[in-house]
Design a protein around this ligand. Structure first.
Ligand code: SF4
Length: 226
């Protein structure tokens, strides 16, 4: 990302800082539900749901977990948990990651991260013998557009029942190019920052850095006392 800060990365890896970036629980539930919808359709023998069927004929699907889906590359353990790893009829693999979001300029800005995420999964898959990975896809599940008020209201009415309501999501796929060289380069960069004895300098103009510096000094001095 253009605003990547090596200092923040170093501090995060070397110190037990009392905060972390959480992932809202509601998205974990939606992701799990999406996986169930897609993967159970394949396991039942029905193939991909209609709205993903244009991807091709699927032989099987797996949802590898962090513990098993990892390799050491450039001295760094790279692991992950792709939403779907599809084995296609032509024996190649497709990696998919689901995003519950509308594709907006904000999402577009996150594309460098998503590209690395998908390429990382693909690299792990190929290193573990699941090769070749032929395509990497981000599947956006987009909620209805509130600006189209008529459609929005009609859909809301149609999908409201005595027990609650359903919300439709429209899938939209963005294919991402394979670029393993970039992953290797990033792993080498990560390692070179991590191996430093002291943190690199912070980004100029970052207003939080002074406060972060005080927190780090406080944690270090508390460690000295204990
Ligand atoms: S708080 Fe400091 S270390 Fe964190 S991003 Fe800002 S400059 Fe970097």
């Amino acid at each position: 990302m253009p605003d990547f800060c090596p200092r923040c990365f170093w501090l995060g890896e070397h110190m037990d800082l009392p905060f972390e970036r959480g992932f809202p629980g509601i998205f974990i539930s939606i992701d799990s539900y999406t996986k169930a919808v897609v993967n159970e359709s394949i396991r039942r023998g029905d193939g991909l749901p209609n709205w993903l069927a244009h991807i091709g004929q699927v032989k099987s699907v797996s949802e590898p977990t962090y513990r098993k889906f990892g390799v050491i590359l450039e001295g760094v353990r790279l692991d992950g948990s792709p939403d779907a790893l599809l084995q296609m009829d032509d024996a190649s693999y497709i990696v998919l990651d689901y995003k519950t979001a509308r594709f907006t300029p904000t999402q577009d800005k996150l594309m460098p991260v998503y590209r690395v995420q998908l390429n990382g999964y693909a690299m792990i898959a190929e290193s573990l013998g699941m090769a070749p990975v032929s395509r990497l896809g981000l599947v956006y599940f987009e909620p209805p557009e509130p600006a189209q008020k008529d459609v929005f209201n009609a859909t809301a009415k149609r999908l409201t029942t005595a027990d609650g309501f359903s919300m439709p999501f429209t899938p939209r796929i963005h294919w991402v190019d394979k670029n393993f060289d970039q992953i290797r380069k990033l792993l080498r960069t990560a390692m070179s920052i991590y191996e430093r004895n002291d943190p690199p300098a912070g980004e100029k103009g970052c207003q939080d850095c002074e406060r972060l510096g005080k927190l780090v000094s406080f944690i270090n001095s508390a460690g000295d006392v204990s």
